[in-house]
Design a protein around this ligand. Structure first.
Ligand code: NAP
Length: 341
């Protein structure tokens, strides 16, 4: 049997069971392609899967939703022009035909399907996209999941327009850092929050108007002061939890709040009276459709944006990469590059 190297998660809820192992080579089925991975990026979900915070995890499993590489093999019915092409992978599998919401068979690459933290990954050929030429493999691998989620949150759902002010919470996060880049490129003014003053400074250097530390008492007043008379039109949040109620006070009347994660908790008491009296729209979003992915890649290309990368680690040092994310030290995407013999 043909084999490959991969980072294999072998025992549920046991991070230490994540190890580099031999795994079966993923032979392509009809309509699929096999990509030789040149770079993969981490997402919060990878960490949470190792901690048992995701349903339907069956081991052994190869994690990883973000990948860029070279097409090695194509299955029956796939255009052979893909062979040898440099690609990025859209990790949204089987979204379906409704741009408003994913269909019931929707999955994210990396659970339950084996993901990108391997020498090779097998994906539907329709999820292949040519790698934007101005990006290295490492930069390209930083784009798919975060870029897709952030693009849909900001534009498809949030309807961010040039000249508006957007607040991006937890700017050090992989998706958040990409959203900051996209919002600025779209001509919006961006405010940020973070647990780290250093990260706020980095965001300001990148073009944000200002920020506040969400661990500091009264941070919401600071955001309102920075927003000035125009106020905050749109908030994009992936923290949720009890802090969510503050967002309802920050956003201006008639404004929008888009939520795509619950890093700080899945429950929140919110002041419902403020939601209706202030005419606030609270919108949920997850990943994105094929059209969102196409528009996101096009947007990065047109604007020539290089995704914010925190660091690149060889696969053999994957533990350090995961631990950096667990400790929340990163600013931007954490990327893995294969160094298998
Ligand atoms: N629905 C979807 O399609 C989708 C897609 C991608 C991600 N997500 C979810 O979105 C979240 C972020 O994902 P990611 O991959 O970008 O993770 P990440 O890189 O680990 O970023 C998480 C960031 O959240 C911030 N944070 C933590 N506690 C916070 C709080 N109380 N208030 C505000 N910010 C807080 C931190 O920012 P600072 O370091 O700046 O403090 C941290 O860096 C996760 O919950 C993930 O599961 C959902």
């Amino acid at each position: 049997m043909k084999t490959m190297h991969a980072i294999v998660f072998q025992e549920e809820k046991n991070f230490d069971s994540l190890q580099i192992r031999e795994a079966p080579y993923p032979e392509p089925q009809p309509g699929e392609a096999v990509v030789r991975i040149r770079a993969a990026a981490l997402n919060r979900r990878d960490v949470w899967i190792t901690q048992g915070r995701y349903p339907n995890v069956r081991v052994p499993l190869i994690l990883g939703s973000d990948g860029a590489g070279i097409v090695e093999q194509v299955g029956e019915g796939v255009d052979p022009k893909w062979l040898g092409q440099a690609v990025i992978i859209n990790p949204a599998l089987d979204w379906g035909n409704d741009p408003r919401v994913q269909q019931s068979g929707f999955r994210i690459l990396g659970v339950p399907d084996d993901g990108t933290q391997a020498e090779y990954v097998r994906v539907p050929a329709r999820n292949l996209w040519s790698r934007p030429e101005y990006l290295t493999f490492e930069e390209a691998a930083a784009l798919p999941l975060g870029g897709l989620t952030g693009y849909r949150a900001l534009f498809t759902r949030g309807q961010l327009a040039a000249g508006e002010t957007v607040l991006i919470t937890g700017v050090g996060g992989g998706v958040a850092a990409l959203m900051l880049q996209m919002a600025l490129a779209a001509g919006a003014a961006a405010l940020v929050t973070s647990a780290s003053d250093d990260k706020i400074q980095r965001a300001v250097q990148a073009g944000a108007k200002g920020g506040a530390n969400y661990r500091t008492e009264g941070w919401e007043q600071e955001i309102l002061r920075l927003a000035g008379d125009t106020g905050v039109d749109l908030i994009i949040d992936s923290a949720g939890g009890e802090g969510f109620d503050k967002l309802i006070e920050i956003v201006k009347p008639g404004g929008r709040i888009v939520l795509f994660g619950i890093t700080a908790g899945r429950f929140s008491r919110i002041s419902l009276n403020k939601v209706y009296w202030r005419q606030i729209s609270i919108l949920g979003t997850t990943m994105g459709s094929e059209a969102d992915f196409a528009q996101m890649v096009q947007f990065f290309q047109t604007q020539h944006i290089k995704p914010a990368i925190d660091g690149v680690y060889p696969f053999s040092r994957f533990r350090e990469a995961y631990q950096r994310m667990m400790q929340g030290e990163q600013f931007g995407k954490i990327v893995l590059a294969p160094d298998f013999d």
